[in-house]
Design a protein around this ligand. Structure first.
Ligand code: ADP
Length: 527
């Protein structure tokens, strides 16, 4: 490939060129040292090249990954020429073709056609690296008939070689910058927590997700030892951060699981991977730690095992009672006593009802999870629904006293009757279950601003303060001696809350252990 292609000329000003060239090379070196900005560098190169050959205008085009040329820098380049040449250069072909004499003549014709001038020469300096890689070319247009001597050509070739190296370096720096920015963006915006440690286990980088997870500001932890920055312990209480006495095995990624415990915050369970990163010299350069929040996964696992144990326990009791009584009734070797038959049948019915209720509750719980709990809110007399519910419960207990406390002028609520009955059923059966000594159970309501507050109050065992939130979670039962003697799957209050919320209200509880509990829920007023 010819480094300089031009249309022959007659005169050479060797010394001038040489001086210009030296100045140009010096300036390019300076520019490159002071700025690795590619566009500044290209402008400088082009300015000096144009000066060297006394060009009227010109441009630098760099090779694109697609194998064509793209104008990146212009020297006094008329817009019309830019617009004419851009599509011409964008045509894919072997890049060497661009400086064949025929193509250069074509460029000159195109340029003359748009500028309405008679430029006579185009000088093309291909920017070629030692390994023959073409990074682009400098194209300069000029009038006049001065020819280049072989000496001029050599100097211009030197200039082009230097410029090619400078362009390659600036391109590499730019590429590195882009890569760096990309990696930084990936780290910073990653939804998983990322921490990068130096070989001494000090924090170099902590991303946004991890700062939030740990509740710390980036500036506070950078430079800290990992064990100090990361209060992370595994299930057996062991510190999960690496220490100098426990360096990671050179070629392995370590994985562990642990809890991030922050006072006043929910404990977060994380899966942590430690990946060692080695430098070219084989020494440990960094340790990259990634944190994945697996709290939900853990909760789901726990819920699944609780579900299985609670359900199997709750199913076993009624099934074995039904089987026992039915088995006795089925015996043919004894004539059963009529009272025993009646009692056994009543127990079988009661236990079958309990099974039905459990199955219904489970179905509702799964509907809540899939968001398919049906609701048909209508204007409703809450006092009438409460009254009907306690009529049924009255027959089940003789040591509880039911009191209704509804003002006469209570407005109608907007609620689904069947679901409201379910709420009262759960709250009143709990009030009975958890007041084994008996006592008053007061059910009432008050109008409060634009909603009704309904309450079910008992004088039973009460609930410890630290359990007040948890009792509304599915399968949750307060651990006490009463838990073992009362039946329940821990689904009642979970359903109550979901139903009330679906009707536009909320539920809460006040309680004193040993004194009793008061469950409250709000309902919108039917307007
Ligand atoms: P279950 O009654 O089936 O256990 P619930 O979801 O209805 O499930 O209630 C969850 C837990 O809340 C109960 O196990 C009990 O410990 C506590 N609890 C509910 N209601 C009362 C109440 N009125 N008094 C005392 N504790 C209650």
């Amino acid at each position: 490939m010819s480094p300089i292609t031009h249309i022959p000329m007659s005169l050479s000003l060797y010394t001038q060129y040489r001086q210009h060239q030296l100045e140009a090379l010096l300036e390019i070196t300076r520019t490159f040292a002071s700025s690795s900005d590619l566009s500044t560098l290209l402008r400088t190169i082009l300015g000096y090249a144009a000066d060297l050959v006394h060009a009227d205008f010109g441009y630098i085009a760099l090779t694109t990954p697609a194998g064509s040329l793209r104008i990146t820098t212009g020297y006094r380049l008329p817009t019309a020429v830019f617009e004419e040449l851009s599509p011409y250069l964008a045509q894919k072909r072997p890049v060497e073709d661009f400086w064949s004499e025929a193509e250069l003549r074509r460029q000159l014709e195109l340029v003359n056609a748009v500028t309405q001038t008679t430029l006579e020469q185009v000088v093309a300096l291909p920017l070629v690296l030692e390994d023959e890689e073409v990074v682009g070319g400098i194209f300069l247009f000029r009038t006049g008939t001065i020819a280049f001597t072989p000496g001029d050509r050599m100097l211009l070739r030197d200039f082009a070689d230097q410029a090619a190296v400078a362009v390659r370096n600036a391109r590499q720096v730019e590429q590195l910058r882009t890569e760096k920015a990309r990696v930084e963006a990936i780290i910073e915006n990653n939804p998983n927590g990322i921490m990068i440690l130096d070989p001494q286990f000090r924090v170099e980088i902590i991303n946004r997700a991890l700062s939030q997870l740990l509740g710390v500001a980036e500036d506070d932890v950078v430079g800290q030892h990992c064990a100090q920055a990361l209060r992370l312990r595994n299930r057996t209480g062991e510190h999960l951060c690496l220490s100098e006495s426990n360096p990671p095995p050179p070629t392995r990624v370590l994985y562990g699981e642990g809890d991030i415990v922050r006072p006043g915050h929910k404990t977060i369970t994380v899966g942590v991977s430690y990946s060692p990163l080695f430098g070219g010299d084989g020494r440990l350069a960094n340790i990259i730690i990634t944190f994945v929040d697996i709290t939900r996964y853990r909760e789901a696992e726990n819920l699944k095992s609780t579900f299985i144990s609670v359900i199997s326990h709750e199913l076993k009791t009624p099934v074995s009672l039904i089987k026992g009584y039915a088995g006795t009734l089925a015996r043919t070797d004894v004539v059963p006593d009529p009272d025993f038959v009646r009692e056994s049948a009543a127990i079988i019915v009661e236990e079958a009802d309990r099974l039905t209720e459990l199955i219904d509750n489970l179905l509702d719980a799964s509907r809540i999870q899939t968001g398919a709990l049906s609701m048909d809110p209508q204007p409703l007399d809450v006092a009438a629904v409460a009254k009907k519910t306690i009529e049924r419960f009255r027959t089940q207990t003789d040591h509880h006293q039911f009191i209704l406390d509804f003002p006469d002028d209570l407005p109608l609520a907007l609620a689904d009757e069947r679901r409201l009955r379910q709420v009262f059923d759960n709250l009143i059966s709990n009030a009975i279950k958890y007041s084994p000594e008996g006592g008053k159970i007061i059910i009432g309501a008050r109008k409060q601003e634009d909603e009704l507050t309904v309450f079910v109050r008992d004088e039973g065992v009460g609930i410890p303060e630290e359990e007040l939130d948890a009792i509304f979670e599915s399968f949750y039962r307060v651990d006490s001696s009463l838990r073992r003697s009362t039946q329940g799957a821990g689904l009642g209050l979970f359903l109550v809350r979901a139903i009330i919320r679906a009707m536009g209200g909320d539920v809460w509880v006040q309680s004193q252990p040993g004194q009793g509990s008061a469950f409250y829920f709000s309902l919108p007023i039917a307007s």
